[in-house]
Design a protein around this ligand. Structure first.
Ligand SMILES: [Zn+2]
Length: 431
């Protein structure tokens, strides 16, 4: 049974309430799963001497981290496809390593369960999880205590287009968590696996159901050639096109790259949350299309970029996106391309690639911004917000929020404990 600290005060040597606010000798009053008050320990104690209190000692409490783009069901592939990898071959390997039908259910369920435990181990309390097997993964997510959105993944192209309706219905399999901690979303997979008219139908379907969307977009430079005339490594010559025989002559072409293609088929008109995974390749014109639309977020996955060698083509266009007002978040993607689900380690990798990005911004990219992107009352520690928080070991006293975020990201340690609502769901508060 999780230990419950409802209507208690917890203390820490320091609390990073958000990317700009460090409270030394801080305390949080937890009530009914939310934060009732946050501030200085002595002040809060003096005002509420009647409340039980627990100290986390020499630790730093932060908001629970939020991983906006992952595929927990692919956990069984960890370390199975050594990098650096070429994307088209990597997808073929992914297919070749799929579990046989008799082991599928157990493999997927185990992967999600282990993935959720690993999230908590690294202080992650909410995820945007992509799934091809929602009838399996949503049960495991519901048992995990995490929050977030489960995006049902859909492919629809060529001869498979008549499956679109049934695939959308499957992707909307209801969540099974009793307290509805997971919302349901749809995920049209990518420009090379979902044709334009199908994307348009999915957007309309999600709009009618008021559901969020997530899509892999502009992850690969080769998407442009594919959309133009089905040339390049994602086109006719791709081994996968022979394995999955869906090709026909009615798939529309598009000149102008994946971001304009997505705009053409109405993706950006979706007014519910929309997460664009990767966006490794974007021109200034592309970025202008995304700017000023507060429902759109980009999920940058630094270690997956490195695994596929996209960092060799130059840094992620993150800085231009942020300057244009596009919300960028940090995510891990799956264990098939990233070593683990340590979101702070992804932020450290992002810092290596983009050293001018302040640590406080990197911290915002895995707390406040993904919370806003997914509509979660989390991402910062303030009265009225959910009491989802992570407790990290602290080696030194920090004087500013920037110092605390820098130290946390550079060390990227596992969390010592995690609370969801007022319950300890991983580790121990008192160390
Ligand atoms: Zn992905």
């Amino acid at each position: 049974m999780p230990v419950d600290f409802n209507n208690s005060i917890i203390h820490a040597a320091a609390i990073l309430a958000d990317a700009d606010t460090l409270i030394r000798d801080g305390a949080i009053w937890l009530q009914d799963g939310k934060i009732a008050a946050i501030g200085n320990w002595e002040d809060l104690r003096r005002r509420h001497p009647e409340l039980p209190a627990c100290s986390t000692g020499h630790s730093l409490i932060t908001p629970g981290l939020i991983n906006i783009h992952t595929h927990l069901e692919l956990g069984y592939l960890r370390g199975k496809i050594p990098g650096p990898a070429q994307f088209p071959q990597w997808v073929c390997n992914l297919f070749a390593l799929s579990p046989p039908p008799e082991r599928l259910s157990q493999t997927i369920t185990d992967s999600v369960q282990r993935g959720t435990e690993e999230c908590l181990q690294y202080g992650v309390t909410a995820v945007g999880d992509i799934t091809r097997y929602p009838y399996l993964t949503r049960k495991a997510l519901g048992r995990s205590g995490l929050r977030g959105i489960s995006f049902g993944e859909i492919t629809a192209m060529g001869k498979a287009r008549h499956h679109l309706q049934e695939r959308m219905t499957l992707a909307q399999t209801p969540a099974e968590d009793a307290d509805a901690r997971f919302g349901i979303g749809l995920s049209p997979h990518a420009p090379y696996s979902v044709e334009g008219p199908a994307l348009q139908s999915i957007v309309r379907h999600a709009a009618a159901a008021r559901q969020p969307l997530a899509m892999h977009l502009a992850e690969l430079r080769e998407e442009t050639d594919f959309l133009r005339n089905f040339s390049g490594p994602l086109g006719h010559s791709w081994t996968l096109r022979r394995i999955i025989d869906v090709w026909d002559n009615h798939i529309p072409t598009f000149a102008g790259g994946p971001i304009r293609w997505a705009d053409h088929w109405g993706l950006f008109n979706h007014t519910m949350p929309l997460v664009l995974a990767h966006v490794n390749y974007a021109s200034d014109d592309d970025i202008r299309l995304l700017a000023g639309r507060s429902h759109i977020s980009v999920a940058m996955c630094p270690r997956t970029r490195h695994y596929f060698g996209h960092d060799k083509a130059g840094p992620h266009p993150c800085l231009a996106m942020l300057a244009a007002g596009v919300r960028v978040c940090i995510a891990t993607d799956s264990a098939a391309s990233s070593p683990d689900l340590n979101l702070l380690a992804e932020a450290a990798a992002a810092h290596g690639e983009l050293p001018s990005l302040p640590f406080s911004t990197l911290f915002r990219m895995m707390t406040q911004w993904p919370a806003a992107a997914m509509g979660l009352h989390a991402g910062c520690l303030a009265p009225g917000r959910w009491a989802d928080l992570a407790v990290f070991p602290m080696l030194q006293i920090h004087h500013t929020a920037e110092d605390a975020t820098a130290d946390l990201i550079e060390r990227h340690p596992p969390a010592r404990a995690v609370m969801m609502g007022s319950q300890v769901v991983s580790g121990r508060l008192d160390g």
